[in-house]
Design a protein around this ligand. Structure first.
Ligand code: HEM
Length: 407
């Protein structure tokens, strides 16, 4: 573990760091709040770790999301998206194109559509728990946190039930190799793209009530999504929504199991049917050890200064949400899990025009998943020592490879 008083910059992206990056982030916030580093891929980037700088950078129009502004375009982003023709999605574009696409998708992917989906999320949650409840043990990542968001987003989009296991396989491939070999991921991205393009084409002939039909129908002053744009939109909804939600569920259960006193209070509140603590609790779990460790790539379109540090044009900037969310300058006792925390404007869902489009769905899945797990499995406990758990160690996301539990 990195000692906060050491004068040398810590070793970033080691296995030790993956298990607990927070002491390193504390060091960076204090000694090098805007820090130039070399990523495991060999690409150089600036890490922004203080809350105030992070919030400002996330909303700074001089920091573009478009990889054409990177000094070495093609070296960053999601493996395979370029070769699959999936570059023009929300996380790769700036206004005015971003404004146009976000407006169109917002007409179809509304908070109301998510609210109406709540009974289905409950049903999926119960089915998954039914599948292992009698066993007395399970790996909560593989048997619960992984399938729930995949089946949920597939249902919402309108992917027929018989095709959903293909998505499960493609998604599994993307996650297994996140941060590792890019070839397998690129192949899965390509298959997913081909499938989505074909499905969108079929839906156009036979519109229904699902989100894909909603995307096809969405119009803004006569403007519509093209088939290519709709395909990239479905892809980003899947890609941005599944690993994040897996990690929300996995990291949250792990954190709660390591904080038994708070977990007991949480259970009491759930048993009493209170929803207040569930809502503030899930927000706090997101702040405390959220799914997205670093916001997605941004590139300096001009020379600029962040937190007193000059950033040259063309350099990538990575906003470290996990570090900002533990900044003592913004959060009282940031390293304490306080499920009742009220003043909790964490950056776990980002900030500014790219603020998470799926936040209402993520909250629904997080709250439903945690409430149901903790209520139905009252004796839930870790089946291995925390030191035996392995973290994925990818760049953007923070999550466990497996979470063996007993109940
Ligand atoms: C954007 C976090 C779940 C769809 C973002 C961003 C963050 C984030 C941090 C901003 C990235 C940046 O500015 O670089 C999360 C977390 C989730 C979650 C923590 C789960 C707990 C979801 C779900 C969906 C989704 C379930 C969709 C079904 C999106 C989309 C964007 C986005 C489409 C891009 C928005 C834009 O660029 O305008 N998310 N997300 N997310 N998220 Fe989420």
């Amino acid at each position: 573990m990195h000692d906060r008083s050491t004068p040398e910059p810590p070793d970033l992206f080691s296995w030790e760091f993956a298990a607990d990056p927070y002491p390193t982030y504390a060091w960076l916030r204090e000694h090098a709040p805007v820090h130039r580093t070399k990523l495991p891929s060999g690409v150089g980037a600036w890490l922004v770790t203080r809350y105030a700088d992070a919030r400002q950078a996330l909303a700074d129009p001089r920091l573009s999301k478009n990889p054409v502004h990177h000094a070495e375009p093609g070296k960053t982003g999601i493996p395979g998206e370029r070769s699959a023709g999936l570059m023009t999605h929300l996380l790769n574009i700036d206004p005015p194109d971003h404004t146009r696409l976000r407006r169109l998708v917002s007409k179809a992917f509304t908070p109301r559509r998510t609210a109406e989906f709540a009974p289905r999320v409950q049903e999926l949650t119960d089915q998954l728990i039914d599948s292992f409840a009698e066993k007395g043990s399970a790996d909560l990542i593989h048997e619960f946190a992984f399938p729930l968001p995949i089946y949920a987003i597939c249902d919402l989009l309108g992917v027929p039930a018989e095709d959903q296991d293909d998505f499960r396989d493609w998604a599994g491939m993307m996650i297994r190799h996140g941060g590792g070999p890019r070839g397998g991921v690129a192949r899965s991205v390509k298959k997913m793209r081909a499938y989505l393009a074909e499905l969108i084409h079929r839906k156009r002939e036979n519109l229904g009530d699902d989100l894909i039909s909603g995307l096809i129908k969405a119009s803004d002053h006569g403007d519509h999504l093209t088939e290519n744009e709709a395909t990239a939109m479905c892809f980003v909804l899947l890609f941005a929504g599944f690993e994040t939600t897996i990690n929300l569920l996995g990291n949250s259960v792990y954190t709660l199991l390591r904080n038994p006193v708070r977990l007991a209070r949480f259970r009491e509140s759930l048993a009493a049917g209170e929803t207040g603590l569930l809502e503030t609790g899930v927000e706090e779990l997101l702040r405390y050890d959220g799914p997205v460790e670093l916001a997605t790539w941004r590139y300096a379109t001009t020379g600029l200064t962040i937190g007193g540090q000059d950033i040259p044009v063309g350099d990538p900037v990575l906003v470290v949400l996990a570090a900002a969310n533990r900044d003592p300058a913004r959060f009282e006792e940031p390293d304490t899990l306080d499920l009742t925390r009220r003043d909790n404007q964490h950056l776990g869902y980002g900030h500014g025009i790219h603020y998470c489009l799926g936040a209402p769905l993520a909250r629904l899945e997080g709250q439903t998943g945690l409430r149901t797990l903790l209520t139905r499995l009252p004796d839930l406990q870790l089946a291995v020592a925390p030191s035996e758990l392995r973290w994925r160690g990818g760049l953007i996301m923070r999550g466990l490879r497996e979470l063996p539990v007993r109940f």
